[in-house]
Design a protein. Structure first.
Length: 178
């Protein structure tokens, strides 16, 4: 758990579930890095097949530099994805839902359980197969903005609904004693 959730929690509040982003957020960086490595390894041979080996030999250095640039941008994307994963928090407590994303510039949303109406999960075919989706918690008068690539969004939904049910039961008991 990151320092934001620790700072935002009340003394009597407890975490019920903490969601993570799915590994799929690394796909572009992995693909780009692999493509650059492949170009560096077989690029000259491929160019030689298309335009001839004599001319391809003159392009050996530019192909290597292009491959290095592609690898660099792929690695950079992997670093940004890692930072995104570390700086995104999605937590269900017994009192509220907390969502925070961003590393230097951050955005956070907090929604009290008494204001939660439900949650929507949007999954593509690939998301359904690999176990990730976009999560949107609905609240009265607004909600938490969509968080993409949440790992196992149905597990989050289950814990949220359980916490919501417990919160509502606690309210009914409190109102019965009034």
């Amino acid at each position: 758990m990151s320092s934001y959730v620790k700072r935002a929690m009340q003394p009597n509040e407890r975490i019920i579930y903490s969601a993570q982003l799915h590994w799929i957020i690394y796909r572009t960086g992995i693909f780009t890095t692999f493509l650059g490595a492949l170009l560096g390894h077989v690029g000259e041979d491929l160019v030689g097949l298309v335009i001839g080996e004599d001319f391809a030999h003159h392009l050996e250095t530019p192909i290597k530099y292009i491959a290095i640039a592609i690898i660099f941008f792929g690695a950079l994307d992997l670093v940004f994805s890692f930072i995104r994963q570390l700086s995104t928090e999605l937590v269900v407590t017994d009192q509220r839902v907390i969502a925070k994303h961003g590393f230097i510039a951050t955005t956070s949303y907090e929604l009290m359980m008494t204001k939660v109406e439900g949650a929507t999960i949007d999954q593509s075919v690939m998301g359904r197969l690999l176990g990730y989706g976009t999560l949107m918690v609905k609240g009265t008068g607004g909600g938490i903005s969509p968080i993409d690539h949440v790992a196992d969004p149905y597990k989050f939904h289950s814990y949220l609904m359980s916490a919501l049910r417990e919160s509502n039961e606690g309210l009914h008991v409190a109102h019965a004693h009034d």
